[in-house]
Design a protein around this ligand. Structure first.
Ligand code: TYM
Length: 327
């Protein structure tokens, strides 16, 4: 970590059980890059995950798994702070306090809430509605100003800014307004080529999975749906496989040209992409397997991260309680 006066960044990720290409290209690669430029804090948001995951053992397992994945993909506990949200329970207290400045109407119009009402209609729990308030609490607890995320989190970040403004307006200037930052791939489409890559849709490429799984996922990808025959010219600008090649080699323009002129077929282009993704993530997969074999080490890193943040969380909570009139 750099000095306390440098800009602080914060981001969170759910312990979903997998890390997919969207998570890595859209967010984690920025976490890794920015840990050298800022004082970086990264959080595995298990409280948020409770809105959808109700099996305690599974949640525990996935939390450690996500920590091992992030470390394997390049987070360095010497250069950033990695912790589990529930290890700093102040997050839930601050979420309650922020909830009292947040109109219900703001939460009801959140796109992810509307989406969840559709995808888990039998479990529209209150946590789903309050989800963005807890997210705002995560960020402002550390007065972070920069938040690396994928585009799907932009609405949540806008809501965090509105909550900050509402709080500062009522109780005096307390929190800075956080700003989202994106990578070159803010929205990665899934293997269906239509929807955002997402575990709940089931259209993912799981970057730390065994090579055979990655290959199957990549080969299942939908390409240019108008290219019916091998000899038809392709449209690389609408083909998700061609677009993803951008991130796995300098020669992507040549690959796109091959598709456009029908010099190459979709299957060739997919096999090449699968080879490149497997090769790119092979060292991370090795580190991931090593870390999963040393659970005590992973737990130690997470405990140290939460302990390091204790004084910052305590200072924020003291300031907020004082300003709000809590004794
Ligand atoms: P989560 O766990 O859904 O996703 C983690 C990160 O991955 C990004 N991402 C994508 N980026 C590009 N293309 C995709 N297909 C794609 N899918 C996921 C997400 O944008 C995110 O950056 N609500 C958050 C977690 C959170 C948080 C926070 C984030 C809780 N508190 C505070 C920032 C700050 C979430 O569920 O992310």
């Amino acid at each position: 970590m750099t000095t306390a006066t440098s800009t602080r960044i914060f981001s969170g990720i759910q312990p979903s059980g997998i890390v997919h290409l969207g998570n890595d290209l859209g967010a984690i690669q920025n976490y890794v890059k920015l840990q050298d430029e800022y004082e970086a804090i990264y959080c595995i948001v298990d409280y948020h995950a409770l809105t959808s995951t109700h099996d305690p053992n599974l949640l525990r397992e996935r939390t450690r798994d996500m920590a091992a994945s992030l470390l394997a993909l390049g987070l360095d506990p010497e250069r950033c702070t990695l912790f589990v949200q529930s290890h700093r329970p102040e997050h839930t207290e601050l979420a309650w306090l922020l909830a009292t400045v947040t109109p219900v109407s703001w939460l009801e119009r959140t796109p992810t809430y509307k989406e969840k009402r559709e995808t888990q209609p039998d479990d529209v729990n209150h946590g789903l509605l309050t989800y963005p308030v807890l997210q705002a609490a995560d960020i402002v607890m550390y007065k972070a100003t920069v938040v690396p995320v994928g585009r799907d989190q932009a609405a949540h970040l806008e809501l965090s800014r509105e909550i900050v403004r509402a709080f500062n307006h009522r109780y005096g200037n307390t929190f800075p307004e956080p700003k989202a930052v994106f990578t070159e791939a803010p929205t990665v489409l899934g293997t269906d080529g239509v929807r955002k890559m997402s575990k709940s849709v089931g259209n993912t490429i799981d970057v730390l999975a065994p090579p055979q799984v990655i290959r199957e996922e990549v080969v299942s990808m939908v390409t240019d749906t108008q290219r019916i025959k091998r000899t038809d010219p392709g449209r690389p600008e609408v083909c998700n496989v061609c677009q993803l090649h951008r991130f796995f080699g300098e020669d992507y323009l040549e690959i796109q040209d091959g598709e456009r002129t029908a010099r190459t077929g979709c299957v060739d282009t997919k096999r090449l992409l699968a080879d490149r993704i497997v090769a790119h993530y092979a060292p991370a997969r090795e580190r991931y397997l090593e870390l999963m074999a040393k659970p005590a080490l992973v737990d130690e890193i997470l405990a140290a991260g939460a302990a390091r943040l204790a004084p910052i969380a305590a200072a924020t909570m003291a300031e907020v309680r004082e300003k709000m009139g809590l004794r």
